[in-house]
Each structure stands twice: as structure tokens, then as C-alpha cells.
Design a protein around this ligand. Sequence first.
Ligand code: MG
Length: 252
Amino acid sequence: MKINKKVIFTVLVSISAFCVNGQDTRFNQKNPDKPEVTEYMDPEIKVITPGAIPSDAIVLFDGKNLDQWESSKDGGAAKWKLEDGAMTVLGGSGGISTKKHFADCQLHIEWRSPIESDEKKGQGKGNSGVFLQGIYEVQVLNSYNNRTYRNGQAGSIYKQSPPLVNVTSKMGDWNVYDIIYTAPKFTVNGGIESPPYVTVMHNGVLVQNHTMIQGVTNYIGQPTNPVHGKAPIHLQDHGNAVSFRNVWIREL
Ligand code: MG
């Protein structure tokens, strides 16, 4: 309820920025009876070129090198394996993080579960994760014929929100995540002005629909809400040789 009031207040403040003497200056006020009264031109919408990678995207991994990444452990070089246009978790080397920091974004990332024996089960099979701002995990898991808790399978916001459906590719095949993320906003006193939200398409299918992220997931216990600014995208080393390819991001 608190949040809704704040959202309404923010919208009102934003609208008032365009108002002079109660009139919205973006619109043509000279002809209030014409269609133009609710149309505005400026600033012109930025033109970009679509394609496999939109022209305004930052390429984070194109299969050639790990230059955009560093070790999350010590900030040194990312130690994951680079082969066949993919980067693969080197178990025990730690996760990797983008050198550049991000907030609101559209992230495209493809991942593949390794071929693993039937002895590996649940969270122990093809586990990794895409951490938005380094702390909010969109789970990566081999969820093809591999049951685990609902809010821990592929496409979940880990330990918070289960995916709407399970569209995970079988072991050895590639999955695609397209993630739309809105970063949280904090008050000067460290409270939450607006929580983070995420929409996730998994293999082209909606699995998270503008889901509110409750905070940083703790393995045991409730989510917490540390104040933070822009932060890296982090990929998890959970000991499974999960691969990633074609990673790009658009800042929003
Ligand atoms: Mg994980």
C-alpha cells in the first residue's frame, strides 16, 4: 500500500514537470478540439537497428574472449573455460562478474546444462544462475526431468517465485533467457522506494511476468534488502559445468 502511494506520487511529480499553469506543455493546447491535443513530437524516439543483436546492445560475450568479465572472487581474470564459442563454469574457480555495472536492463543470455549422470539430482544438476546487479538470482538449472522445489527450478527467482511453466531444454541443448529488469530504488534513509522487478522469457515463453523481487535470497531465511547502486551481472559457479554464450545487454 505504501509503495502504491509512492508510485502514484512519482507519476504525479513526473506529469507536473510538463505542466505550466495546469496545462501539459507537451501537447498542442491551441486546438483543444483537434486530435493533436493528445499528441506530442519531441524528443524524437531514438532509432536503432534490430537483429540478432540490437544495434544499441553492449556485447558481453561473443565467444571470442572473456574480456568483459572478471573473477567475482578476487577481481582477477575470469578463469572459466572458453571453447566452441561458449564459456563454461570451471568448478571451484568461482563465479564471474561483468566489469561494467548495470541497473535497469534488457539482458539476453543463452545457457546449456552439461551431460551429467542420473546420480546427480535436484539442485545438484546443471546448477548455475544469472544474478542481476550481482545479488538477485534468476536460477539456471537442469530442470528437464529433474524435480526440485518449485521456486528453485530453472526460470525461478531463486527461493522466491516459481516459473509459470517449465520449458527447459534437455541436457546438452541450449536454453535462451531474455530478461527485462527494473532495479530497486531506495529512500535516503535506506528504505525501499520501489522494489526490483523482473520479466523473464525462457526459450521464448513467458516464465516471470513483471515479478516483484523480494530482496536478496538467503539460502536459509527471508530475503534482505541492502541498499545498492549499479552493479555487475554475476554468473554462478555451483560446481556444474554449465555453459553460456551470446550474452548481450541493453541499458534502459
Ligand atoms: Mg543457482
